[in-house]
Design a protein around this ligand. Structure first.
Ligand SMILES: NC(=O)c1ccc[n+]([C@@H]2O[C@H](COP(=O)([O-])OP(=O)(O)OC[C@H]3O[C@@H](n4cnc5c(N)ncnc54)[C@H](O)[C@@H]3O)[C@@H](O)[C@H]2O)c1
Length: 268
């Protein structure tokens, strides 16, 4: 167990990537605080971890609201006497082009994806400094943060902002033995999230088949990552195995960003 005795906060614990990472951290012995704007996503993720023999707490919180974030961190500290790991995963996906994007939608997406990570890092970081023990903060980016995607201006902008947020926060916190790294997922196979949703007693979400098939043709491995693949990388970054790694971006993208752009590896 690589994370025995550690306490982790994971934000955005829908059955997809957040719950996949939360489950992966719990499987390595971490106690997990599951945080989400949607109370069911926080509570059902925590209940799921407990049903698998782990320890977890669900907290409803809007990561864009500083008072709610501060209260969430206080509750985690009071319940588990500290926090060792933070995974900034909450996010709003999708969007529109620069010509179409309404200001209120832009503002909300930037607030959740970028400011939410800032506020959680600020308050968990302060607690980690106060505790005086090492910590690991992981920021979930996207391949859309490394490249310009048409029709997704707010998402691409916020995710690329997170890449340098990670480096700058890593510099601020290095002297406190708090490491800050990002993890880059890409288009994600939807099967695992569907199975987890059903295990939580929800209806099986409709399969986003067409787009996923196209994405599979484009990645060198010919297979899209699942949340469990991100979870393994998050466990590594959170663990002492990564004790000399900070300010780094770990891509779990099936080779997507490394690929020479016009190459279609699986055309037929
Ligand atoms: N799904 C993908 O293919 C993919 C690819 C690359 C990166 N990512 C990134 O992974 C992360 C998770 O993506 P997902 O596909 O699991 O998305 P999702 O929509 O299933 O989950 C996002 C969660 O964040 C929560 N959330 C939204 N606003 C919030 C707020 N203000 N406060 C607290 N929680 C809030 C939502 O309620 C939801 O549970 C995101 O940061 C996303 O950008 C996803």
């Amino acid at each position: 167990m690589k994370l025995a005795g550690k306490v982790a906060i994971v934000t955005g614990t829908s059955p997809n990537i957040g719950a996949g990472i939360a489950q992966g951290l719990a499987d390595e012995g971490a106690t997990v605080v599951c945080v989400d704007l949607v109370p069911e996503n926080a509570q059902e993720c925590a209940a799921w971890i407990k049903s698998r023999g782990g320890e977890a707490l669900g907290i409803a919180c809007d990561v864009t609201d500083e008072a709610q974030v501060a209260a969430m961190v206080t509750r985690a500290r009071e319940t588990y006497r500290g926090v060792d790991i933070l995974v900034n995963n909450a996010g709003i996906l999708g969007g529109l082009s620069v010509l179409e994007m309404p200001l209120d939608r832009w503002t909300r997406q930037i607030a959740v994806n970028l400011t939410g990570a800032f506020l959680c890092t600020k308050h968990v970081g302060r607690l980690m400094v106060e505790q005086g023990r090492p910590g690991s903060i992981i920021v979930i980016v996207s391949t859309a943060g490394h490249q310009g995607q048409a029709g997704n201006i707010g998402y691409c902008t916020s995710k690329s902002g997170l890449l340098n947020f990670t480096r700058a926060a890593a510099m601020d916190l290095a002297k406190h033995r708090i490491r800050v790294n990002s993890l880059t997922p890409t288009a994600t196979d939807s099967e695992e999230a569907a199975e987890r949703a059903v295990a939580w007693g929800r209806q099986r979400p409709e399969r986003r088949g067409g787009a996923m098939l196209d994405f599979r043709k484009m990645v060198p491995t010919g297979q899209l990552p699942s949340p469990r693949h991100y979870a393994r990388a998050a466990v590594f970054l959170a663990s002492d195995d990564a004790e000399m790694i900070t300010g780094f971006d770990l891509r779990v993208d099936a080779g997507a960003i490394a690929k020479y752009w016009p190459w279609v590896p699986h055309a037929d």
